[in-house]
Write a protein that binds this ligand. Structure first.
Ligand code: AMP
Ligand code: ZN
Length: 488
């Protein structure tokens, strides 16, 4: 595909991506609830969006990527009644809630770094947006879409559903929801069992609470994402993402709150990533099948024969499409590790192969296929297939069965660099890199930084990079296929 297409989980269709403001993308992804260590399932979701973020930037978009930290309001069991996940942890471990938040936020960042997942542009927290959450709750009450009862405020789903479709994202029917939620309902304050909390009264023993027009309390879980996405990305923004398990109720409630309060749809494209499973079951903390990154690196887990590097795992995850489930097993990891090694060997061989006067490698065709794969809803498995075709060509040249000239070798190096490192976010590991690959890597890094500086209109920096490289006798040349470099 020549233009980017995205599977929009709201329409169920693969749609051409057209941003609201040309050249810019607003992207919001639901971040972690920081009450425990992240597991590899969480990592898969954030890695999928990392590749999406990287590819959008690679296409030249200026992306504002907002990924929040949930540090209040997410109750145990994902329901509207009971203890706050963070508050509970604080009570059990005798810590301040903010100590819990800081500890697991730090841990989350460490894991993101380990897997080479880039930082978002803004990482807002729910506790820093209590005022906005109170405001949106008040607006919904004023519009007759929410009601207060005994110090808690609930969204009135049936009143909302008189004007707007509730369930449009998850495909759930109102009648089914009414029927299915009744049994679970122990919450007599609600008019209807479907209603969800915007604000909850805090019981005296509840530690995390704030003053509000309705008394001491805390916000409902869904509200934070509505106010933070709107605050930083606007009334309607381009892409909202998260794991498939958040479609209902979390994202459905976000849509209802936002449309109810603002009168506009919040998002043009909804993207949902599929689950990492173990023996077919979703990896989750409550299932007790959550692998931690440490267990994976050390191999210290009953399902693993050995440890794996973070980049082998990154490769494993990208060998699947984000919208399919991916089953985590020792065998699958071993296969991915081999494939990853083969790819990285291909990359190093490419830097070492001898160029000649004739050329039989069609770099333009390979680049086109890479772009088509990523434009087709970020299809990393197809992309990896094309990159293996590139490795095949390298091997043929190495074996003397095919030729490549200097120009195509540079082009292929640029191509592999772009897609392996810039887009897929792989990173060369250990000290195995030769001087040649280090030089190539460093220059490509500077080229990428210069490109980003130009996108940001920071011409002082972009020109500075070019001039400083020229002082080192490295010339950059901009062409339709990107920037190439030469010495001399
Ligand atoms: P949580 O901290 O539980 O809210 O989860 C953070 C993110 O990880 C959410 O977007 C979830 O959808 C996602 N997630 C949780 N479990 C998995 C899994 N097994 N595979 C992929 N993503 C997951
Ligand atoms: Zn969210």
């Amino acid at each position: 595909m020549e233009e980017l297409h995205i599977q929009n989980t709201l329409s169920g269709e693969k749609e051409r991506f057209v941003p609201i403001v040309e050249g810019h993308v607003g992207l919001y992804v639901c971040g972690p609830t920081v009450y425990s260590d992240v597991h590899l399932g969480n990592v898969r979701t954030f890695m999928s969006f990392d590749v999406i973020f990287r590819y959008l930037k690679f296409l030249g978009y200026k992306v504002r990527y907002v990924r929040n930290i949930t540090d209040v309001g997410h109750l145990v069991g994902d329901v509207d009644e009971g203890e706050d996940k963070i508050g509970k942890k604080a009570r059990l471990e005798n810590l301040e809630p903010m100590e819990v938040v800081q500890r697991y936020t730090n841990g989350f960042h460490d894991v993101m770094r380990l897997f080479n997942i880039q930082n978002p542009s803004i990482e807002p927290t729910a506790t820093a947006h209590i005022i906005e959450q109170i405001e949106m709750t008040a607006t919904l009450i004023n519009k007759g879409l929410a009601y207060e009862k005994n110090g808690s405020v609930y969204f009135d789903v049936l009143t909302y559903a008189e004007h707007e479709p509730y369930g449009e994202l998850s495909g759930r029917k109102l009648e089914d929801l009414i029927h299915n939620t009744r049994e679970l309902d122990g919450q007599e304050d609600k008019k209807n069992s479907l209603d969800f909390a915007l604000w909850k009264r805090a019981e005296p023993e509840h530690i995390m609470k704030w003053n509000s027009p309705w008394g001491m309390g805390f916000p409902g879980w869904h509200l934070e994402c509505s106010v933070m996405s709107r605050k930083y990305l606007g009334d309607t923004f381009d892409i909202h993402g998260g794991g498939m398990d958040l479609k209902f109720p979390h994202h459905e409630c976000e849509i209802a709150q936002h449309k109810g309060a603002i009168g506009m749809k919040p998002v043009n494209y909804w993207l949902h990533t599929n689950m990492l499973t173990v023996n077919g079951r979703k990896m989750s903390k409550s299932e007790g099948n959550g692998f931690t990154p440490e267990e994976l690196l050390t191999g210290d887990h009953k399902l693993l024969d050995k440890g794996y590097s973070a980049m082998a795992v990154r490769f494993f995850m990208l060998m699947g499409h984000y919208s399919s489930t991916l089953d985590f097993s020792n065998t699958a990891l071993q296969a991915a590790e081999k494939a990853h090694q083969r790819m990285m060997t291909g990359w190093k061989d490419l830097l070492d192969i001898k160029a000649s006067d004739s050329n039989e490698v069609d770099v333009d065709a390979l680049r086109k296929r890479c772009q088509e794969a990523m434009n087709d809803d970020f299809n990393t498995p197809v992309l990896i297939g094309v990159l293996f075709d590139a490795v095949k060509a390298v091997n043929l040249v190495k074996a003397g069965q095919q030729t490549i000239d200097e120009y195509s070798k540079k082009g292929l190096t640029q191509l592999m660099y772009d897609y392996l490192f810039t887009v897929m976010g792989l990173r060369e590991e250990g000290s195995a890199g030769t001087d040649a690959s280090l030089e190539e890597g460093l220059i490509q890094m500077l080229i990428a930084m210069r490109k980003e500086a130009r996108v940001n209109k920071d011409f002082a920096l972009s020109d500075g990079i070019r001039d400083r490289l020229a002082e080192l006798h490295v010339q950059l040349k901009d062409g339709p296929e990107g920037t190439s470099w030469s010495k001399g």
